[in-house]
Design a protein around this ligand. Structure first.
Ligand code: FE
Length: 339
């Protein structure tokens, strides 16, 4: 049987056709990245390696619960998600494993990978401030400025249930302590233009519609509106200004997308190969060109839509420490009535 299998592969290779989908030719991917453009990432990997990717997409929390429920019977090889707090939660839940990869060590900066090599960041986004150029003559330059009374009734921002909100407040707690973070959050609530609502793109739409003067969003939503037609934003790009906050301080808050090899990966070698592929120049360029993100690997070219935002200083705070502050952030949100 073994011999037959081997000769079948040899025959396929000789004939220049793809090998049959044997167990070693597959990769089972659980992903909560919700971007159509990721298709290219996966198809290029399959083309290069012959490894078929079976993809299960879903909400990050559901995928994590599924991994836990499946335990050592899980077919998953790789878990991909957005936000460090989720990567840390996956690690804490024991659904990831440490891996040894010289490629990942060399390519991914230390502060963008887990100390135990259970997860690696592959792309980043900056969470920055946007404003209505017609209405705001003195835009906030720091996250702290959002608490300034001069912006009363002007600020739109996402709900406390959103992971981006939780992580940026967790980062503020890491830098300033919980008490100062609470004062900040209370003052920002006082400056709300409306109750927190919608996704990141809706914060940008709010500026165009006139409902918001200042809002917070990840860079890739704005860059996407530059690259392609985003309803309610792309037609009014000239109206929207932006500020990379804290450039004289800690730098702009960065939001990470990444993943790791699952604890019971049946196709462990393929999983490592896939993560190494995600760190390749080709895949890194695609995170930027396809989804308007910042590559994790230094020196990789930015797509024009991302480069249009300009250069800035990112906050390189320890993201694992930030993730540990998420429960405290949730507590602060509750205390100040940030819905
Ligand atoms: Fe997003």
């Amino acid at each position: 049987m073994t011999r037959f299998t081997t000769s079948l592969i040899a025959l396929s290779a000789a004939a220049g056709i793809a090998a049959p989908a044997l167990a070693e030719g597959e990769l089972n991917l659980y992903s909560s990245r919700h971007y159509d453009t990721d298709e290219r990432l996966y198809s290029d990997f399959t083309e290069m390696t012959g490894i078929t990717i079976n993809r299960i997409e879903g909400n990050a929390d559901e995928l994590l619960a599924r991994l836990q429920a499946e335990g050592d019977n899980s077919p998953a090889d790789v878990f991909l998600t957005v936000d460090t707090s989720r990567l840390e939660r996956a690690k804490a839940a024991g659904v990831l494993q440490s891996i040894d990869s010289d490629v990942l060590e060399a390519r991914i900066p230390t502060y963008l990978q887990d100390a135990d090599n259970q997860w690696f960041g592959f792309s980043q986004r900056a969470r920055i401030l946007f404003y209505d150029k017609d209405e705001v003559t003195n835009p906030p330059q720091t996250y702290a400025d959002l608490a300034n009374p001069e912006y009363e009734g002007m600020v739109c921002i996402r709900s406390s249930g959103n992971v981006y909100s939780q992580t940026i407040l967790a980062a503020i707690i890491e830098h300033e302590g919980e008490e100062a973070a609470k004062e900040w959050a209370q003052a920002v609530v006082n400056n709300f233009a409306r109750d927190p609502q919608g996704g990141d793109t809706d914060q940008l739409r709010g500026i165009v519609s006139g409902e918001c003067d200042i809002s917070m969003s990840n860079t890739y939503y704005f860059a996407r509106a530059i690259r392609t037609d985003v309803d309610g934003v792309s037609d009014s790009l000239d109206q929207i200004g932006w500020v990379f906050p804290d450039q004289n301080g800690n730098g702009a808050h960065m939001n990470l997308s990444g993943g790791g090899v699952t604890a019971h990966a049946p196709n462990r070698e393929n999983a490592i190969r896939f993560l190494e592929y995600l760190a390749s120049d080709q895949a890194q360029e695609y995170f930027s060109a396809g989804n308007d993100e910042y590559p994790a690997v230094p020196g990789v070219a930015l797509s024009p839509s991302v480069a249009a935002l300009g250069f800035f200083k990112p906050d390189d705070v320890d993201l694992s420490a930030v993730a540990e502050n998420v429960p405290a952030a949730q507590r602060v949100f509750n205390e100040v009535g940030w819905e």
